[in-house]
Ligand binder design. Structure first.
Ligand code: NAP
Length: 456
């Protein structure tokens, strides 16, 4: 690809970046730098790694940014709330939210803070046609992102909000804070994992605002949700984690047939476009940010996602239809945030007839790994059900349940345009393996030989 000389930093290049502890996997560098290059702007977006401990590091980093002439920066984990005490002025809803994800350094040296996560989330929910008014919601997490999301949900009219966080004191503190802001709303905290079943309602909006499930972290294969707690068809499930695009949490929600399972990428590029506009004084480049986001294809999600060759392949435009059509209501609980002109752009794949093979094969390998991870999750649930059946004296073989599963697989295969035969063969294998596992659970390892034949 010919180098765009305007993308090479020079003496008058304007500097922005991302402050955080653990920013290696962020897509913000790709988004902002791609859009700067596309718009021919002499700006660059840099990584600014700051250690969470000792606390003085953040203040030192902020002083450094000012000394080095940075225009501003995004702020991410774990500084979104702690950065507030170092700022001179908060704009927008940053003060009531109690978290900032973008800061700007004024010519007189003052630090301004703003929260673009909340309007980014709101705009994405609105784009997907999700109605919040009078709906119950569950938010997992109580960090900076959870502050923005809970605020946005309550502003949009959520009637009943439950917050669950690993560190319960943080959830309780957020509940008290929101209670003062929204005195009419029902807001409560619940214990991490154990308290969740009692909060689930048929129409719940469930949002993961923890980092659990993020690729490249120790929790990448985990759920922020009890493994034996299913989702319901009326649920809207949102995962703010955007890497991978299909997180274990979303995969589980999709498998349970929820009304809408929504990833974090829409919110990510929307908050990025809003930050961009705030720093540069230009209008929000929503369409460009979206194209930059779409150019991160599933096959390029690995560690070296940004080291690649490019050519373009136009993808069909399906973006204008809200996926959760039944949820759409023009009088939704979200107020318009941003006029967007969004055209789905080109999806980037490696160039040449053969040059793309390694990346595509890597994509297959990644998907195979995920399929096996999901399979492991499914067998875990099968085993849990087996234990219940065993203690209750229930039969392992349940023909009515199997018929219902077959029917659902046929529906999903149709909607995914998968050959029905292939889907059914796979299901037969899974059902056989599941029965064997449950028979083993019921009768103990001694019966393994006889059990192995049950599903064949
Ligand atoms: N899509 C987007 O645009 C967007 C925007 C913002 C954030 N995010 C994502 O949202 C996530 C949270 O970001 P943040 O800024 O809120 O970070 P944060 O302020 O550091 O909060 C992290 C949250 O995750 C929880 N957590 C971390 N590790 C956990 C574990 N092993 N088990 C259970 N809970 C765990 C924390 O619980 P404790 O309080 O117990 O530590 C806390 O609630 C990140 O993955 C971030 O990438 C996405």
């Amino acid at each position: 690809m010919p180098l765009n000389t305007r993308t090479i930093p020079g003496g008058s290049t304007r500097l922005v970046g991302l402050i955080g502890d653990g920013i290696r996997l962020s897509y913000s560098f790709h988004l902002h730098n791609t859009v700067f290059a596309e718009l021919g702007m002499d700006w660059v977006y840099l990584p600014i790694h700051v250690n969470a401990r000792p606390q003085e590091e953040l203040e030192a980093a902020l002083r450094g940014l000012r000394a080095l002439g940075f225009v501003g920066a995004n702020v991410t984990m774990p500084f979104k709330s702690t950065v507030l005490e170092h700022l001179d002025l908060l704009q927008g809803d940053a003060l009531p939210i109690g978290a900032v994800n973008a800061l700007r350094i004024e010519p007189d040296g003052r630090f301004l803070g703003i929260n673009t996560d909340a309007p980014g989330f709101t705009a994405d929910m609105k784009h997907h046609g999700v109605v919040c008014r009078d709906r119950p919601a569950i938010v997992l997490g109580a960090g900076g992102a959870a502050r923005a999301v809970t605020y946005a949900l309550l502003q949009a009219g959520c009637s009943d909000l439950a917050i669950s966080n690993r560190t319960s004191e943080r959830a309780q503190e957020l509940v008290s804070h929101l209670g003062r802001l929204f005195p009419g709303a029902r807001i409560r905290s619940t214990t991490w994992m154990d308290g969740l079943p009692s909060c689930v309602k048929p129409a719940s909006i469930i949002v993961n605002c923890t980092s659990v499930g993020m690729a490249g972290t120790p929790t990448s294969h985990q759920l922020p949700w009890p493994a034996d707690l299913g989702f319901q068809q009326g649920h809207v499930v949102v995962d703010l984690v955007y890497r991978p695009e299909l997180t274990p949490f979303l995969a589980r929600a999709q498998a349970d047939g929820v009304a809408l399972a929504m990833g974090g990428r829409g919110m990510l590029y929307r908050q990025a476009a809003l930050s961009f506009a705030w720093w540069t004084g230009r209008s929000s480049p929503m369409a460009q940010m979206r194209r930059a986001m779409d150019s991160i294809t599933p096959s390029l999600e690995g560690e070296h996602a940004l080291e690649r060759e490019h050519t373009s392949l136009t993808a069909p435009d399906t973006s204008s239809q809200p996926p959760g059509g039944m949820l759409h209501d023009s009088s939704d609980g979200f107020s318009p945030v941003q006029q967007e002109s969004e055209q789905r752009g080109a999806t980037q794949l490696p160039a040449g007839p053969r040059a793309g093979l390694p990346a595509l094969r890597k994509g297959i390998d990644d998907l195979d790994r995920r399929i096996l991870q999901l399979l492991a999750g499914r067998m875990g649930l099968v085993s849990a059900i087996g234990r219940i059946k065993s203690t209750q004296g229930l039969d392992v073989h349940d023909p009515r349940r199997e018929d219902a599963v077959r029917e659902r697989w046929a529906q999903i295969a149709r909607s995914q345009r998968l050959p029905r035969d292939l889907a059914m063969k796979l299901l037969d294998l899974l059902l056989g393996a599941s029965r064997s596992l449950q028979l083993n659970t019921k009768e103990g390892p001694a019966s393994r030989d006889s059990a192995a034949g049950v599903g064949s």
